[in-house]
Design a protein. Structure first.
Length: 95
């Protein structure tokens, strides 16, 4: 088929794409959808808890944009430990 074909990746160009605001915006939206799905699956809040158990956060690194969804309180930790809520919510971030 394609013998002798070589591909060279332009490092600065790849880094520019990976750290671009468009990629960061897409990652933000995906992380928010995952957090929303996880929060919807939790059920009633515990007494004394005013915040949602799961939160999305994002930031830019030196080489790429990133986003993370994490538990923000004991209710989220307990729920994720018992029900794998974050793992089950990953599909919300696709497409």
């Amino acid at each position: 088929m394609a013998r002798g074909v070589r591909v060279r990746i332009h490092s600065a160009g790849a880094r520019a794409v990976l750290t671009s605001s468009a990629v960061q915006g897409d990652l933000d939206a995906r992380a928010e959808r995952i957090a929303d799905r996880a929060n919807a699956a939790v059920g009633p809040k515990w007494e004394g808890t005013d915040e949602t158990p799961y939160k999305a956060d994002s930031g830019g690194g030196k080489s790429r944009a990133r986003a993370v969804v994490f538990t923000r309180n004991v209710q989220g930790m307990y729920d994720n430990n018992k029900r794998n809520t974050l793992r089950k919510s990953i599909d919300a971030g696709r497409g």
